[in-house]
Write a protein that binds this ligand. Structure first.
Ligand code: MCF
Ligand code: FE
Length: 403
């Protein structure tokens, strides 16, 4: 058992001043510092530096570790050209992606305060790293395949990866399911995989309506993505109809990624069915995919980094600053609170985890941030945190200190 004391603690009732957390693997009690010290005089106390804020450990719901070796190979600016460059460079990028490089990615996330992440894995090269890192990992086994002739092989490879994941399963390694997207997974295969996730009670995620050309292909069978899929993969028609694809997930709450080109009605449908959205502002910008209008979205949203396939860092503060700046209107304090919640309480609810909130009984995952000076009022702390933080000063997972 230990006690952590800081000038501020972020709880669901806002920033508490001069408070303390008593914890082992779980949070046991939160109270004002003086009371806690008197009550537990024999417990070791960790004092945070002046002007520190204790946050729940941050959650990055969407990352692709297996693309961690990319720095200059992939082409940015236009989604279809990016996809072409992925397909051209995939084998080399994967073979360059050593355990050490992926571990570096996880360490960099950890330094920025990320104590949980959702890893999209298309082939399992990242499974060992995800099992070994201190963070909690939701390990999304991805399925891709537009040609129905290969369904049997793709499905059996997927089941094989799921079985392997199940053999690693523990409270920090959680196997889950990913469908790549409506343009890259045929309807029959998609149905089968969604049913598997439902029956096995696994979390599920899917990229959705990320680019304008994805929408043009799915809706009108035209546009540059369609031309590329026809030329390179012999596609004759889209793998799915948008509404039918979304309806596949009616009975399983799904974490959709991007959704920049979802219409008002589609967004309403996502909300009604209890789905959530991962918003990756830097990835969207770099792949020429416009801005998600988060101000018009009712679904729970998480801010996520995506992979180094479409980003220059996995630092959650870099991502929050981008989200803040792209959202160029509205109340700054409210937006900043919203962004902090999107990587803590909202993200934990989306991934069905017992963290993301500082309250008794929750997992003792903490990210401690040191502000450069005393904030003028509690309402300014969220935006000051986003603006001034490069890395967390201390990080705890399951009550153990890692940074
Ligand atoms: O989220 C970004 C952009 N949209 C789609 N896919 C990916 C992203 N970053 C990596 N990917 C992966 C995807 O999971 O790239 C591959 C898939 O494995 C593209 S299909 C060959
Ligand atoms: Fe992605």
């Amino acid at each position: 058992m230990r006690i952590l004391i800081a000038d501020y603690i972020y709880t669901s009732s806002g920033y508490l001043e001069n408070s303390a957390i008593l914890f082992n693997e779980k949070i046991l009690e939160i109270a004002d510092a003086k009371t806690m010290i008197e009550k537990y005089s024999d417990v070791i106390i960790d004092f945070c530096e002046p002007h520190s804020v204790i946050y729940p450990g941050f959650i990055n719901t969407h990352v692709h570790l297996e693309f961690s070796s990319n720095k200059t190979q992939l082409k940015y600016g236009n989604f279809t050209n990016w996809l072409k460059s992925v397909i051209q460079n995939r084998v080399e990028l994967m073979s360059d992606c050593s355990d050490w490089i992926m571990r570096q990615s996880c360490d960099n996330m950890l330094k920025s305060g990320i104590t949980t992440f959702g890893a999209i894995s298309s082939n399992g090269i990242d499974i060992k790293t995800c099992y070994e890192v201190p963070q909690r990992v939701v390990f999304f086994n991805e399925v891709i395949g537009s040609n129905e002739d290969f369904n049997e092989n793709i499905y059996s490879d997927f089941i094989h990866r799921i079985d392997l994941g199940n053999s690693y399963k523990n409270d920090t390694f959680i196997p889950a399911v990913a469908l790549h997207s409506p343009y890259s997974v045929n309807n029959e295969l998609a149905k089968k995989v969604v049913n598997f996730a439902k029956e096995s009670n696994l979390l599920i995620t899917s990229h959705l309506l990320e680019s304008k050309s994805e929408r043009e292909w799915l809706e009108d069978e035209k546009g540059e993505l369609g031309n590329f899929l026809k030329e390179s993969f012999g596609a004759t028609k889209p793998a799915n109809i948008i509404n039918e694809y979304i309806s596949l997930f009616d009975e399983i709450k799904t974490h959709f990624v991007h959704a920049v080109y979802a219409t008002k009605d589609e967004l309403e449908m996502l909300y009604e069915k209890g789905h959530s959205i991962a918003h990756c502002p830097r990835s969207n910008r770099l792949l020429g995919c416009d801005r998600l209008e988060i101000e018009n979205i009712k679904c729970p949203i998480s801010i996520a980094t995506d992979g180094l396939s479409s980003n220059w860092s996995l630092n959650i503060f870099d991502e929050l600053r981008a989200a803040l700046m792209l959202q160029n209107r509205g109340d700054l304090e409210l937006l900043s609170d919203y962004l902090i919640n999107s990587i803590t309480s909202n993200a934990a609810e989306i991934l069905n985890l017992n963290c993301g909130i500082l309250a008794t009984g929750k997992d003792a995952d903490f990210a401690i941030v040191r502000l450069p000076d005393k904030p003028s009022s509690a309402e300014t702390i969220s935006y000051l945190t986003i603006l001034h933080t490069t890395n967390a000063s201390m990080v705890y997972i399951k009550g153990e200190r890692y940074v």
